[in-house]
Design a protein around this ligand. Structure first.
Ligand code: SAM
Length: 281
């Protein structure tokens, strides 16, 4: 067995200090080092819980150089706790890379669970919770954002999006334009004094933000599309090609004629007999 230290990803509150766990406090107290996204921010948390463990910064802009430094510390037997500004490390914030590096080096990685803003927003959103897709922040580049929203538009599960206040209006406009008038839940300042959770349509969301200064942190939970709409769109698409060409798409792949007829009938929402009669005349 090696004498390496352990890397612990430790969740911290997303706005309400009472949401810290007993275990999080103990693990942070016992660690040799706490690696934090923003040391000034985390210092306030540590002061509140009387934790005196030394802090190191680890964030998006220094992770390439700081990652190997922390790995060396772990290999020399130091236990490191990784925290981010809020919630669970690795979810839309640094964490992923250092976990990969640690595992590659045979270092044990574990976690102290706690809040994830997206999950908290989802469970009180009134949207479907049995199936959901976590998107996090949409890409900043317009082109990439467009591609991503195109992909999202075909999902039938609820979609969780994170957004900063200065971009929220733009994002809502965009979502409305691309996804149509779906149901959305806007969850703001979760677990904080001014927590607000409002379920509305995307059209209503446009009005909601009109003339309003967006403040605080937002999670958006958007209704997935209806499977029937997807099926109809797919059927409409097939109507643009002839049944013969449609059959060829399958037979060219080596699929037998009988099976191809079944698939074509399914795609077009008709019976196999209809396809058979069309081909045999
Ligand atoms: N790791 C965090 C988690 O577990 O949820 C997310 C970190 S990400 C950098 C920050 C984003 O999370 C914010 O821009 C916002 O979209 C969301 N968020 C964090 N705290 C929130 C809160 N109290 N209420 C609503 N959204 C929050």
């Amino acid at each position: 067995m090696n004498e390496y230290g352990i890397l612990t990803l430790c969740a911290t509150p997303i706005g309400n200090l009472e949401d810290i766990t007993y275990r999080a406090v103990r693990v942070m107290k016992e660690a040799h080092i706490i690696a934090a996204e923003d040391t000034r921010h985390t210092r306030k948390l540590l002061n509140h819980f009387d934790i005196n463990t030394p802090l190191e910064s680890y964030h998006e802009h220094n992770k390439v150089s700081k990652g190997p430094f922390l790995i060396e510390k772990l290999k020399s037997g130091k236990n490191i706790v990784l925290v981010t500004d809020a919630g669970t490390p690795g979810i839309s914030d640094p964490g992923e890379d250092i976990v990969r590096l640690a595992l590659e080096e045979g270092i044990r990685v574990t976690a102290v669970p706690g809040p994830v803003a997206g999950i908290i927003g989802l469970i009180i959103s009134g949207q479907e919770t049995s199936r959901f897709y976590f998107e996090g922040f949409l890409p900043l580049s317009k082109k990439e954002c467009q591609i991503r929203i195109d992909e999202l538009s075909n999902l039938t599960s609820s979609i969780i999006i994170y957004e900063a206040p200065h971009r929220i209006k733009k994002t809502i406009n965009y979502l409305h334009k691309e996804l149509g008038n779906r149901s959305i839940t806007i969850a703001r300042e979760l677990t904080k004094k001014y927590e607000e959770v409002i379920k509305m349509t995307l059209e209503e969301a446009l009005l909601y933000f009109e003339g309003k200064e967006a403040r605080g942190e937002y999670v958006l939970i958007i209704e997935g599309t209806d499977q029937e709409i997807l099926d109809k769109e797919a059927r409409d698409e097939w109507q643009n090609i002839s049944i013969e060409d449609h059959m060829k798409k399958y037979t060219d792949k080596g699929i037998k004629e009988k099976e191809a007829m079944r698939l074509v009938a399914k795609d077009r929402g008709v019976s196999r007999r209809d396809i058979y009669q069309h081909i045999k005349v």
